[in-house]
Every structure is written in C-alpha cells, then in structure tokens.
Design a protein. Structure first.
Length: 317
C-alpha cells in the first residue's frame, strides 16, 4: 500500500527552520529578494543554494533565486539535495504514492511522469529505505520549496518539481547520473536547483582544517596561532572551491575535495551538475554571494562552530 500522498512541510513552524505563517513567510522572502540587488540573468539554467534555517541562509539564497523570479518559461524544476540522515551511494526519489510537497506559501506538485520514468531505471535507490517520514526528516530539498513557490506565485500553472536526495555517490556513478539527467537539462523548459551549504567548521562537524595563512604563517594542519582570523581562513578555503567551479574545472574540483576534505554537504549534487556542464562552452558559472553563520574567536573552543553559505548561478551564454 502506498503511503500518504502529501509530504508535510516538516521544518516549518514556530521556533523551526522557517515560519509556517504564509503571510509572514512571503514577506520575509520578498524582503530578501529585494535586498539581493544585482543584475539578473534571464538565461539562468541552474542555481546552487544553501539549505540552512532561514535566519542564517535566507539572504544568501535570495541572491540565487532572484535569477529565477517571475520566469514564465520554466515548466519543471529538478531539485538535488544531499542526504543528511539515510545512508546510500545512490539517489532517492520521493516515496511512491507521494504527489504533493506541502509548502506554507503554496503547495508544489511532483512531476509523476518524470519521476516514474527515472524510477524505471536501475540507477536509483530502493524506496523501501526512504519513506515519507525519511523524506520529511531531510531538510535539503524542503528548504528550497518556499523560494520556488514565491518565485512562481504569479503563475496559476506553477512548475512541477522532481526532488532527488543524493547520497555518497561514487566517482563513476557521478558521471552515470550526469548522463542520465543530461537530456532533462537540455530541455529548455527544465531548471535545476542544487542544494548545498559550504564549509561546516568545528569539533561538532569533525572538521578543523584551515588553509595556510600567508600573513601569519599558520599551517592549517597544525593548531593556529592567536593571529589567525579563523572566519577569513574558512572563507579562503571555500573560495578556492568556488573558483574551481567557476572555471568549470571538474577534475580540479574533485582533487580539491579529496585533498581538503572540506565539509561541503552538497558536494555530490554539485559534482553531478558539474559533470553535466563542465565541457559546455556556452555555460557560465558565477558565485554571487557568500556568508557565514557567525564570527569565531581567534582561539575557537570545542563548542564554537561556523557554517558557510554560497549562492551560485549557472547561466547559458
């Protein structure tokens, strides 16, 4: 028997990741989008967006979503987010029987025809390990939905969505998924959103690496001195990754991940997108905003953490 047809907005509500009050949510999103004052591209084809609680990441995400706002040509949105809770080396599709993802500011319908076609291949994970409850526990896709609902609020025919929760996909399978999804990417009515935060730094995340600081002579693989500006070093580490993505240097990106082990939680969804587009001369990737969850002291303690957020835009030239 199929499970319930509606996935709840499980991370919305008072003292949750974002408000479940439709008017308040719409006002917050509108304010963030208007504050993201920049030239926009009507040729945007994909976005890289953070997925933390909106208190932390909404303003950065808006710098990506302003490029999707009020688009009438988008018929379908593929959303690739990392799996934080259920282990797999494949990709989970929504549980069979699910038809709608509830969103406080406007529900979104799944593209069941596309999802069934993808499910018919042997590339995707067994949904017996990814129930509606597992889907609701995962936040990486859900945090994109209010922005999508808001960007298309002017349309009665809102785009359908194809959510995918991506596991620790192996090197060869990254290319396999890219080949599988490439025909959908080439369809001018389709759009892609990749959900990812950037560096998760601190003891809690098991990651305290810092790049070498030329000014203070700090070796990132040893303890840093009092002169180290930890937030700046984290930003330097992330900017190295963003430079490689902007250069469409897919091999360099993979080497970077191996060498630094930077805790970019959406590295596998990003890698699938990069495998699709890195050889395309008509594709431009640009990161338009970067932020961090808070300032760290010069000598962070065991409870001090920092999470970074970046907004990227993939455009056709």
């Amino acid at each position: 028997m199929h499970e319930m047809s509606v996935r709840r907005a499980a991370h919305s509500g008072p003292n949750n990741w974002y408000t479940n009050n439709p008017k308040e949510l719409s006002s917050d999103l509108e304010g963030a989008l208007r504050a993201a004052d920049q030239p926009t591209s009507r040729n945007a084809k994909a976005l890289i967006c953070p997925h933390a609680g909106y208190f932390y990441s909404m303003n950065t995400a808006a710098y990506s979503y302003v490029h999707l706002e009020n688009r009438d040509d988008v018929k379908r949105v593929f959303i690739l987010g990392p799996s934080h809770h259920v282990g797999t080396d494949k990709i989970f599709l929504p549980a069979p029987g699910t038809k709608t993802y509830a969103v406080p500011n406007g529900d979104l319908q799944l593209d069941l025809e596309i999802i069934d076609a993808l499910r018919a291949s042997d590339a995707f994970a067994d949904n017996r390990r990814f129930s509606v409850q597992n889907d609701e526990d995962e936040h990486s896709v859900e945090m994109q939905l209010p922005f999508l609902a808001h960007c298309f609020k002017h349309r009665s025919d809102k785009p359908t969505i194809v959510p995918m929760v991506v596991g620790n996909v192996k090197h060869a399978d990254t290319r396999r998924y890219a080949e599988l999804l490439r025909p959908y990417y080439d369809d001018p009515g389709n759009f892609f959103v990749v959900s990812s935060d950037f560096c998760h730094w601190g003891v809690r995340f098991g990651f305290e690496y810092l790049p070498k600081c030329q000014e203070c002579g700090v070796d990132g693989r040893r303890k840093y001195s009092q002169r180290a500006q930890v937030n700046r070093l984290i930003e330097s580490l992330d900017k190295d990754s963003m430079d490689l993505l902007e250069q469409k240097n897919f091999e360099g990106w993979e080497r970077y991940l191996e060498q630094t082990q930077n805790t970019i939680c959406g590295r596998h969804p990003i890698s699938i997108l990069m495998a699709m587009v890195h050889r395309d001369a008509n594709v431009n990737i640009k990161f338009v905003h970067y932020s961090q969850s808070g300032d760290l002291p010069d000598r962070p303690g065991r409870c001090d953490t920092c999470v970074a957020y970046a907004a990227g835009v993939v455009s056709l030239t």
